[in-house]
Design a binder for this molecule. Sequence first.
Ligand SMILES: Nc1ncnc2c1ncn2[C@@H]1O[C@H](COP(=O)(O)OP(=O)(O)OP(=O)(O)O)[C@@H](O)[C@H]1O
Length: 278
Amino acid sequence: MITIRNLRKSYGSNHVLHGIDMDVKAGEFVVMLGLSGAGKSTLLRCMNGLNQPDSGQLQVGGIDLMQKHSRRELARHVAMVFQHHNLVQRLSVRKNVLTGRLGQVGTLASVLQLFRQSDIALADACLQRVGLAHKADERTEALSGGQMQRVGIARALAQQPQVILADEPVASLDPKTARSVLQYLREATRELGIAVVCNLHQVDYAKEFGDRIVGLSQGRMVFDGAPELLNEDALNAIYSTDMPHPPQAQAEPGMVLTAPGAWLPKPMSAVATARGLQ
Ligand SMILES: Nc1ncnc2c1ncn2[C@@H]1O[C@H](COP(=O)(O)OP(=O)(O)OP(=O)(O)O)[C@@H](O)[C@H]1O
């Protein structure tokens, strides 16, 4: 679903991504961790077509983002869940979810917001998935923050995407609500076989909800493995504020990352995840 090779991105002289390699499969829930400024949002924005990488390879949902592509085409494959959900407060909950269909209907229907009965049924099914079918006709502004974020997830699901990218989707929620939102996101994407990359700042949630954790530090991947492999050394590597990491060797499938830049053949006993710290 997502293939990234040697991806680099700078803002002027600020080199933010230093050659990222990553693959994400259908149905996989990948949590990305890292200090503020590590490059997580930049990487997500590259995957969403909002940032143009400088070099490397980047394919998301079958679209080659290094080549010219239309936003409309991308919206058919990739959906985004935002920290502040970006809902239209005065619209009903259902209408907000239906905006997820705008990329799939014709231009005129999109301008006039004319939706087919099948789109309305899909929006209601997506609301059902996040436990909010009973709120479909309510004005969005009447919902709680957690409910709004679940509407944001329903809107993303209504796009019927192959990939969902979530940038700190629970940053402004209390722990109980945050867990429930992540639970809904994980269940829905698992059942529908959607690949998810989710930026989080909470290590606990990453371990609880991630199928796999990717750690970025200063624009380099310093950890890629199963949640149970995220030990103290790994956390130190991810959250280190030391001098820049040395250039890394490229990762190969079946290798484990034992320290920043050190990929070794994976022992047979290793947890059956592609890569991880031992
Ligand atoms: N549009 C931009 N223009 C210039 N520099 C940018 C832009 N967006 C991000 N940066 C810089 O890129 C670096 C990485 O930022 P990014 O937002 O990707 O980090 P992050 O890991 O997502 O941080 P956070 O967890 O705080 O969101 C920072 O040095 C930031 O200042």
